[in-house]
Design a binder for this molecule. Structure first.
Ligand code: ADP
Ligand code: MG
Ligand code: ZN
Length: 500
């Protein structure tokens, strides 16, 4: 085998991604059935429309259209003035009507781009289009226990759930870039709140189109469409595998066949599913039961005004205005919940210093993240509230506790849900540096230990250390040792003065 590096200097990978995301709406795309099917009994969220019974009529879900427009705006797309729905015909048991109501030549969003990479090497990946369609039913493949006959059961609950398809241009040049694009898109949808974008629930799915060509060539090679990846990691691995496989074929002078392949997660390979030499003939035609939609410009403007600050903007604000490293800023901004938590914690800071954002970021990204990852816990649903986080950082900044104690406090808050100050009190972690308070303890130690004072007078320096120890005992170890030592020394010098 010729080495990967050699090949990659000879060939260039060309990748385009097609991403499907289920939209968060109350009802399905063309009927009033409840979309909340994940926990439901099979075939309980169905009606004549999504069952595909003859004589029924679809109605477009306005919320779904709004979500697609919002996504298009976030992806810098042009929002169409008019859009229409089309029938995509193909026979398959998961398709109740025998066709899917999708969009063919007049999608809601056209063009656009998404930025990946960092400030030093920014990359714009162009978006081809974003359109609206409907999800299909779910097939459960079963085997009879006795006869070992195989059969399939259809659950129609998912059929008709609004599905948004986002198609990129073939602008990515490596598996890593494809993964970056996917991560960025995922994060944007999550920020917009248009999709749960949960890959494990099937709410966010990606097909990867991969081809190779000789470096410098402007033509596109025959592409392979890879399906069936269930994680970001799988997408990246499947693309890497395809680039390798196609490069190896090209090296031996073999031609890459245009086909659909499936990712086999257990074997870490792609396998041929069906040849796609001829374009699939879906016999698209305009959906006769739905009139074209006019998209009101004023509505688009109103939707635009509701766009939240997006991950890239946040990263840049966190690093430029708050002095966070791009790394820390990206960790916080990758998920809108973490970003929310960070901003809320900052908001609770009573006396923020220029260091406060960095300290809070640090505690979130290291200590807290460690606990959350261990238990796969939601940051907005755990005992260390933003208020407690800001309190903790403030206590460190005011030198009331050291960072070792702070870690102990965080662990304890996480375990018990008690406030930081409550835990500091109960664990006795708070240092006493207040001279007035310490003075009382110093005087008490001296009056309780006349022998030690005598020893000191007769020149035993160890008596001074003994008294500091007594102050520690009286304060349960909370006395600041250096302040205590100074106070004890001062007090004893008074005794030695009075001696003369
Ligand atoms: P299809 O009709 O097979 O779905 P499209 O032209 O609609 O093909 O493209 C689907 C996706 O494949 C898009 O993301 C596009 O960028 C990508 N794509 C198209 N041609 C190539 C190619 N030669 N290599 C890699 N990706 C490609
Ligand atoms: Mg396609
Ligand atoms: Zn229905």
């Amino acid at each position: 085998m010729i080495s990967y590096n050699y090949r990659m200097s000879k060939y260039e990978a060309v990748i385009g991604l097609e991403v499907h995301a289920q939209l968060i709406t109350q009802s399905k795309m063309y009927c009033s059935c409840d979309t909340n099917y994940q926990q439901a009994e099979p075939n309980t969220h169905v009606c004549p429309v999504c069952l595909g019974l003859p004589g029924t009529l679809p109605v477009v879900n306005k919320e779904a259209v709004r979500a697609v427009i919002m996504t298009g705006l976030a992806l810098n797309s042009e929002i169409a003035k008019t859009t229409k729905f089309d029938r995509k015909n193909y026979p398959y048991p998961d398709l109740m009507k025998g066709y899917q109501i999708s969009q063919f030549d007049e999608p809601i969003c056209l063009g656009g781009y998404l930025e990946i990479g960092n400030e030093k090497i920014p990359r714009k990946i162009r978006v081809h289009r974003v359109h609206l369609e409907e999800d299909v039913a779910k097939l459960h493949h079963e085997t009879s226990i006795g006869t070992q006959n195989t059969y399939s059961l259809v659950d129609v609950n998912r059929a008709g759930v609004p599905l948004m398809e986002m198609v990129s241009e073939p602008d990515m040049r490596s598996a890593e870039e494809a993964r970056d694009y996917l991560t960025e898109l995922h994060s944007i949808l999550q920020y917009l709140g248009v999709s749960t974008a949960q890959m494990e629930d099937g709410a966010f799915r990606c097909d990867a189109n991969v081809s190779i060509r000789e470096k410098g060539s402007k033509e596109l090679g025959p592409k392979v469409e890879v399906k069936n990846m269930n994680s970001f990691r799988a997408v990246q691995k499947a693309i890497s595998f395809e680039i390798e496989r196609q490069s190896a074929l090209a090296d031996t002078g073999e031609r890459v066949i245009q086909e659909t392949r499936g990712w086999d997660e257990s074997k870490n390979i792609t396998v041929s599913q069906r040849s796609k030499e001829k374009a699939n003939d879906y016999r698209y035609f305009p959906e006769p039961d739905l009139p074209p939609l006019e998209i009101n410009l004023e509505w688009v403007t109103r939707i635009k005004a509701t766009l939240p600050e997006l991950p890239r903007q946040k990263i840049s604000r966190y690093s430029k205005e708050m002095g966070l490293s791009t790394y820390d800023a990206s960790l916080l901004a990758s998920n809108s919940k973490t970003a929310d938590y960070f901003e809320k914690s900052l908001g609770f800071s009573k006396n923020p210093t220029p260091q406060t954002p960095k300290s809070i970021a640090n505690w979130i990204n290291t200590e807290l993240a460690q606990y959350l990852n261990q238990g796969n816990v939601d940051i907005l649903n755990q005992p260390v509230t933003p208020e407690i986080m800001s309190e903790l950082v403030e206590l460190i900044e005011q030198k009331i506790i050291g960072s070792a104690q702070a870690k102990q406090v965080l662990a304890e808050v996480y375990k018990t849900g008690k406030s930081a100050s409550e835990i500091i009190d109960s664990l006795g972690l708070k240092q006493v540096s207040d001279t007035g308070e310490l003075q009382v303890a110093v005087l008490q130690a001296i009056s309780e230990n006349p022998k030690a004072v005598e020893d000191f007078r007769s020149g035993k320096d160890s008596a001074q250390k003994f008294l500091v120890g007594q102050v520690m005992r009286l304060t349960q170890g909370k006395a600041n040792p250096s302040v205590t030592a100074t106070l004890v020394a001062e007090e004893l010098s008074r005794y030695s003065n009075s001696k003369e």
